[in-house]
Design a protein around this ligand. Structure first.
Ligand code: G3H
Ligand code: ZN
Length: 276
């Protein structure tokens, strides 16, 4: 399939799963899981993952080629980019969807920089997601912090972004799926904010919470840490079972298969095809 664009993908699904990858095998597993679920998916590459690889192009190229070779719609997204030149580099290598994350700035600076980046991204014909900055003096996804509906509407109007990450009770990098989301706030935001809402830190949300958030109006569900847990657990199990294994394929094969199975299962939850 040709590389999917974000508006088409969002229009075709009640919500879209967006999975972070660090290694090639996880990117392959995300595509395989989406093919098994027969649904579209977003392959996300974060600025952190790019730093691990020492540059954007190799991992981005792999993701773009995987997307083009997939039997379902696959979009490739630059996630949590804080460096503006990295956004421009992503557009130059063919990525059509980016998240510019200026949450470390003041609200006023966040709005100003995000608006400037949005203009460049739109000039390139691409799609941009942003995140509201420090809310109540804390990170947007710190426990207890919530996005204000009026502030979200103002931010989207002034920046012109295409999607907005909002703080509704999730938190990044949770290992337990115990976050409690504010579905009422999600519904209020979805009714007032004229662009798709994005749930970050979805690893910490149980299946029922993800289903509830989607029913309330979340359109893009970001999952990263949970796939790391699934991969590493499977690899550890295999290495414990076969301590003499040397060829990485011996332990990457079950690791990749476990991630693909979990992506398929989660996409069924996100799409509403399985009861959570
Ligand atoms: O942007 C990526 C997501 O928010 C992933 O968060 O690793 O907590 O699932 P997570
Ligand atoms: Zn995130």
């Amino acid at each position: 399939m040709p590389l999917a664009d974000m508006p088409t993908l969002l229009a075709a699904h009640r919500a879209v799963g967006a999975f972070n990858f660090i290694t090639l095998e996880v990117a392959e597993a995300i595509v395989a899981g989406a093919e098994a679920a027969e649904t579209g998916v977003i392959l996300q590459l974060s600025q952190n993952a790019i730093a691990f690889h020492g540059g954007l192009a190799p991992a981005a190229s792999a993701a773009l080629r995987l997307a083009e070779g997939a039997r379902v719609d696959v979009a490739v997204h630059l996630d949590h980019a804080t460096d503006e030149p990295l956004v421009d580099e992503a557009l130059a290598v063919g990525i059509r969807s980016v998240m510019f994350d200026a949450a470390h700035l003041t609200d006023a600076e966040n709005l100003e920089r995000t608006a400037a980046v949005a203009t460049r991204v739109h000039a390139a014909g691409a799609w941009i997601e942003a995140e509201l900055g420090e809310i109540g003096g804390k990170g947007a996804h710190a426990p207890g912090v919530r996005t204000d509906v009026a502030e979200a509407v103002h931010f989207v109007r002034e920046t012109g972004v295409d999607a907005l990450a909002v703080a509704v009770g999730s938190e990044h990098a949770m290992r337990e799926r115990s976050a409690r989301l504010d579905d009422r706030l999600i519904a209020e935001l979805a009714a007032a904010v004229p662009v798709p809402l994005v749930l970050h830190g979805s690893s910490g949300v149980a299946d029922a919470g993800i289903d509830g958030a989607v029913r309330a109006g979340m359109r893009k569900i970001n999952i990263g840490t949970h796939l790391n847990t699934v991969l590493t657990t499977a690899v550890r199990t295999e290495l414990d079972r076969d301590p003499d294994a040397i060829d990485p394929r011996r332990w990457l094969t079950p690791g990749r298969a476990a991630v693909a199975d979990e992506v398929r299962r989660l996409l069924d939850v996100i799409s509403g095809r399985s009861a959570a």
